[in-house]
Design a protein around this ligand. Structure first.
Ligand code: SF4
Length: 212
């Protein structure tokens, strides 16, 4: 299958999907967004990672903010850093706040970047790296068959969710406390409401927030 250019979805949406399908639908189907201190920290880290645009060091050319896309996965995005080494090795590096997570969402996002780059350059990228702000060092990520399969599946689920135009019901979990959309999602209040009522209350909340 090959997606049209206009159907490509942001690679970052994979993170939202893997964190919480409802959060993904609120952001990408309902166009809602809110920042909290965690998203603000992430944004500062990314801004730092994106300058300067190009840099050369012995044996390696570093490119920042490179546009990536894949018609096979149906994804597009901007890579923080891609290293092009003299021996032909290509290494994508993604900056993240905090420390490595117990789930796969960062690894899948990075793997999606690598798969985009492979498709664009007709090359093979065996591994990349995640740089966590709290640790201040790289963690290598090997793009093995299992990670590639999970990435492909996540991209497929993302397209399915966006195509459906539905927002899954809220399920209150501990992770909700770290979610920047909690005041728009209202997981405690709206878990058992109908889709229409929930949608109306969210729009009202978003509208009130924008007027403050
Ligand atoms: S508050 Fe919880 S249920 Fe609602 S979008 Fe965030 S993580 Fe998902």
């Amino acid at each position: 299958m090959s997606y049209a250019e206009t159907d490509l979805l942001p690679i970052s949406a994979l993170q939202h999907l893997l964190f919480c399908p409802r959060q993904c639908a609120l952001i990408h189907n309902e166009q809602l967004w809110a920042d909290n201190h965690l998203t603000a920290q992430g944004q500062v880290l990314h801004e730092r990672a994106h300058t300067p645009k190009h840099e050369s060091r012995p044996g390696v050319r570093i490119t920042r903010s490179l546009y990536l896309s894949s018609r096979v996965l149906g994804l597009r995005g901007i890579a923080d850093i891609i290293e092009f080494h003299r021996d032909g090795t290509i290494i994508p590096v993604e900056y993240k706040r905090g420390k490595p997570k117990s789930n796969d969402c960062d690894r899948i996002q990075l793997c999606a970047q690598a798969m985009c780059l492979e498709e664009m350059r007709q090359s093979t990228i065996p591994a990349g790296a995640l740089y966590y702000g709290q640790r201040r060092r790289r963690t290598e990520v090997v793009f093995d068959d299992s990670l590639r399969a999970r990435t492909t599946e996540a991209a497929r689920e993302l397209h399915q969710l966006i195509r459906s135009r539905r927002t899954p019901a809220a399920v209150r979990e501990p992770k909700c406390d770290a979610c920047s959309l909690i005041d728009l999602c209202l997981p405690d209040a709206l878990a058992h409401q109908s889709d229409t009522t929930s949608w109306f209350v969210r729009r009202l909340q978003a509208s009130l927030k924008s007027q403050i």
